[in-house]
Write a protein that binds this ligand. Structure first.
Ligand code: ADP
Ligand code: 5GP
Length: 188
């Protein structure tokens, strides 16, 4: 039996990485699909752990070689893409693959995999909460934070295109809800 796909999307600062990290520690046979990006590492991020950090030229070469399942210019000059090889290898090994992608990428991957995939939208309580969380995370400059906030309204309008929405107000509650949703899907 090959694995399943779980897609997470949300505006930046919603708590998506925090919730994914929690889920990865549960016994669900999950493997994280490491994306490629042309943005620089932030905080403690390492090449090959959170992302494959590529120069814009390397990113373009990989596009030309057809190595991406999907890719998007999420912010100006900042490309992000899912590598076919990552996902296919993990699925072949019978692992359930977790993807952290932007809203457009999330919808495209769901369309591609259909019932084999579950798409989950992590919703913040408000745009102001996002701002506070991004400031509190302390990893982005004020300009980068404003770019992310500016995109948030657009991203929030995608929520109803997802299979399920988890509101991340109380983190503990959101983590438990996400865990239950994943268990249900993986047991189907
Ligand atoms: P994303 O991956 O969606 O960009 P993160 O997981 O990095 O977001 O979370 C952004 C910041 O908000 C982090 O500093 C995180 O610790 C914090 N955070 C996450 N969930 C909550 C919550 N429910 N309440 C308050 N802060 C939160
Ligand atoms: P961040 O810079 O905060 O790590 O990510 C910014 C946005 O890019 C997030 O919405 C994240 O989900 C998205 N993202 C990360 N990897 C990919 C990917 O492979 N494809 C797409 N389409 N979006 C991605």
């Amino acid at each position: 039996m090959k694995g399943k796909i779980i897609i997470f999307s949300a505006p930046s600062g919603s708590g998506k990485s925090t919730i994914i990290n929690f889920l990865m520690q549960q016994n669900l046979n999950l493997a994280f699909s490491i994306s490629a990006t042309s943005r620089p590492p932030r905080g403690t991020e390492q090449h090959g752990i959170e992302y494959f950090f590529l120069s814009p030229e390397e990113f373009r070469q990989r596009i030309d070689r057809g190595e991406f399942l999907e890719y998007e210019e999420v912010y100006k000059d900042r490309y992000y893409g899912t590598l076919k090889e990552q996902v296919e290898k993990q699925l072949e090994q019978g692992q359930n693959v977790v993807l952290d992608v932007d809203v457009k990428g999330g919808c495209n991957i769901k369309k591609y995999y259909g019932d084999r995939a579950l798409s989950v939208f992590i919703q913040p309580p408000s745009v102001e909460a996002l701002r506070q969380r991004l400031i509190g995370r302390g990893t982005d400059s004020p300009e980068v934070i404003e770019d992310r906030i500016a995109r948030a309204e657009y991203e929030l309008s995608f929520a109803d295109k997802f299979d399920t929405v988890v509101v991340n107000d109380d983190l503990e509650k959101a983590q438990q809800e996400a865990l239950r949703i994943l268990k249900d899907f993986l047991n189907e």
